[in-house]
Design a protein around this ligand. Structure first.
Ligand SMILES: Nc1ncnc2c1ncn2[C@@H]1O[C@H](COP(=O)(O)OP(=O)(O)OP(=O)(O)O)[C@@H](O)[C@H]1O
Ligand SMILES: [Mg+2]
Length: 440
């Protein structure tokens, strides 16, 4: 193997012979999915006590475009192996101190490098026994000096490819595991969620059932002239409270229907003016109890909708009830109906009430969302249900408020019926044919 450098090994200082590489951690970056993605260069460890031979190895292998890490002794090689992972080790057999064979034994003893391929560089005059010893110590290949550059490059390249393919497989396996985990978590959450929805639907249903006969009896008895006045008043109050409770439960059932996509509409032709008058009549008592003034502005020349009257009434009633609830006594509530553009109706419910802060605005259509829950009563479901109903009609609902104490305006926009003189469509009962611009 020629002359040996018997100096104790020292760290490389010469920039020619030291081709230091960043730590493994610096070679990887965080991919968009959070997985570690290699920068595509593998580490190759070159071990020889002689600088000139290391330089020769470097020159031969430079074309491979990988990270060449140099060690001038077995000890240094072992130290580097602790710090990073290598695709292959090119190890000189004949080194002073710890020789290549001894180094290989220690390399194999370490868990992190027990499978790292080792190519021994050995003198051509070594005996077969010598070679067999190398193989038994974990060599996967021998290169006999003088080195034929193409052969060394081909062998190292083979192990680099193998390493990269293995890394790729590991990465794919990790990705697969993550995907499976994420999917399992999603399925579990979905199962838990639908169990909760089923429970809510069942509970609401069971709670509502007994209310019907109680409400019926209380209402009937409250009108029974044979009963004393005070008893009838009490029964009226019972009936009223049961109605309130039934509505709360009905809202919970609606939420369950919406979540399950089971809210269905019974569509028919409807006049927005009739719907608004009907909703106002339900709120009349509450409006006058708070001395609120009510203004109606019907400016829509095209007031007909293809709608589920009961459901749309529920929307308008909820908006009016909110306006009443959140407007202090002697305030104003206005309902304005316009056609902002042909084929569309806009209903605005405007109040001079407590208004809604900028931070709360984006959330108020979410179920159970209440800006001031303690004071308003209810469950915070009215707007969430209204939104679902309006959207099922192909419309939009939105809110405008300049902020706290500055009133609110709720805007419902719905497609109107487009009248057709002939052709397919649905009869509105007056012998006319109508359809909607977009299907419901
Ligand atoms: N006109 C309004 N003025 C001020 N705040 C409002 C108005 N309408 C709704 N809000 C705010 O939005 C929240 C949600 O309204 P939503 O109608 O969904 O629920 P709720 O009226 O509190 O209860 P529920 O309708 O279930 O009886 C209300 O609690 C209130 O904080
Ligand atoms: Mg409400």
């Amino acid at each position: 193997m020629g002359s040996r450098n018997d100096q104790p090994s020292k760290p490389f200082a010469d920039p020619l012979t030291l081709m230091s590489i960043p730590e493994k951690s610096e070679l990887v970056y965080q991919g968009r999915d959070g997985l570690r993605v290699s920068d595509d260069r593998a580490n190759i460890l070159l071990v020889d006590d002689r600088d000139d031979k290391l330089l020769a190895l470097q020159t031969i292998l430079a074309d491979l475009g990988q990270n060449l890490v140099l060690a001038r002794s077995g000890e240094e090689a072992l130290r580097l192996l602790l710090q990073r992972e290598f695709a292959v080790i090119v190890l000189d057999v004949n080194m002073p101190g710890m020789d290549g064979f001894e180094t290989a034994v220690l390399v194999r003893q370490r868990k992190s490098s027990e499978l790292t391929p080792i190519i021994f560089i050995s003198a051509v005059n070594y005996s077969e026994i010598h070679l067999v010893r190398g193989y038994s110590l974990g060599a996967v290949d021998y290169i006999l000096a003088p080195i034929v550059p193409e052969i060394l490059r081909a062998k190292v390249s083979f192990f680099v490819d193998l390493y990269k393919k293995t890394e790729q497989l590991k990465l794919q396996a990790e990705m697969q595991t993550r995907l499976v985990r994420a999917e399992t978590a999603r399925q579990e959450a979905e199962t838990a969620n639908s169990a909760k929805d089923r429970f809510l639907a069942m509970l609401s249903h069971e709670l509502r059932m007994p209310l019907t006969p109680i409400l019926f009896s209380a209402s009937r008895l409250s009108k029974d002239e044979r009963l004393p006045e005070y008893a009838r008043k009490e029964l009226e109050s019972i009936a009223h409270n049961i109605q309130v409770e039934a509505r709360l439960i009905e809202d919970l059932l609606d939420v369950a229907r919406i979540t399950e996509g089971k809210l269905k509409l019974n569509l028919d032709s409807a006049d927005i003016r009739t719907l608004i008058d009907s909703a106002l009549s339900i709120c009349a008592e509450n409006l006058s109890a708070k001395n609120l003034s009510i203004h109606r502005e019907f400016e829509a020349g095209d007031p007909l909708l293809l709608a589920d009257s009961v459901r749309l009434n529920q929307v308008l009633w909820n908006l009016l009830q909110n306006a009443v609830k959140f407007t202090p006594p002697y305030g104003q509530v206005k309902v304005r109906v316009t056609n902002p553009e042909p084929g569309w109706l806009r209903v605005e419910v405007i109040d001079t009430g407590i208004g809604i802060s900028r931070e709360a605005l984006p959330r108020i259509f979410d179920p159970f969302e209440q800006v001031e829950p303690m004071r308003s009563g209810g469950l915070g479901l009215g707007l969430a249900i209204s939104k679902a109903i309006v959207e099922l009609h192909g419309g939009k609902i939105s809110v405008i408020s300049e902020g706290s104490q500055r009133g609110s305006t709720f805007v419902v926009e719905l497609p109107t019926i487009v009248r057709e003189s002939a052709g397919a469509g649905q009869s509105d009962g007056e012998g006319k044919v109508f359809s909607r611009p977009d299907a419901c």
